[in-house]
Design a protein around this ligand. Sequence first.
Ligand code: NAP
Ligand code: GCO
Length: 288
Amino acid sequence: MAGIMDKFRLDGKVAWITGASYGLGLAYAAAYAEAGAKIVFNDINEELVERGKNEYKKLGIDVYGAVCDVTKEDQVNAFVKDVREKVGAIDILVNNAGIIKRIPMTEMTVDQWNQVIDVDLTGPFICSKAVLPDMIKKGAGKIINACSMMSELGRETVSAYAAAKGGLKMLTKNICSEYGQYNIQCNAIGPGYIATPQTAPLREKKADGSMHPFDRFIRSKTPAQRWGKTEDLQGLAIFLASPASDFINGQVVYIDGGILAYIGQDPGNLDESKFAAEEEDDSIKVND
Ligand code: NAP
Ligand code: GCO
């Protein structure tokens, strides 16, 4: 007889995690594979897809991977068609692919703005639109968007990213509203500050070996006084992709170590020696 924990299984499901050659996407895919799903992923060029396949091979995970830029609707539609024919119709979509450009708004070009909006907001629109027809036919589906602290808060130099992630929160609610009637749930993961290649520039030690000022700042804003690890998010990712969350829809679930609940402390009060033992994340790529 099936027990309650079976509700957290993904056996037989086809899960597409966009931009999952490394970082959070790779962590979500590894978790989904352990929960029984068939993994498909994409990245923007052959080199990254091959690197991703090697990472999955090291983890013992059999994946389908192909080149697909989430901002190009023709590539996305061809990818979804290929997956349908070679693996099966997509049951779970994680709109994980994302970029950030940390540039003061007055210095940011419209082209730079558009690049971030295209990947972080239009990409999820294009990918969700491509998988929804199969989910409607099946009468079930899960779409999980990658929101952020910047879905709720602003900060200097990330205007395009914050606008995209704020828009992604509302796209999450809209997909819920429009397709919930087909037993499709669209929710979002809202990570805090997680140690991945995307945030590597914010943690790089200074020339004298001392902490990056932003590293000290984020620890002073996080009750646990640490950055999140990609594995911290795997449980929530499985939950939102599984039947256990079938009556949750249109929500952004924040997994931030308490940042949004905490006013923060004076960064000068932090005892840096407490952090010395933490191993540095194995960032394999640093975005600009
Ligand atoms: P990351 O390390 O920069 O990885 C992003 C992934 O997306 C990479 O594989 C990247 O490939 C891919 N990608 C970029 N543009 C793409 C495109 N046009 N088409 C397909 N793939 C593309 O980022 P991360 O830290 O793992 O974050 C993953 C997601 O979570 C992002 O949406 C990010 O905004 C969000 N998030 C991250 C944090 C955090 O603290 N790390 C917190 C909140 C939210 P390339 O190598 O080609 O760029
Ligand atoms: C930044 C960081 C953040 C994180 C994440 C926080 O420059 O502030 O990159 O944006 O990536 O989105 O939730």
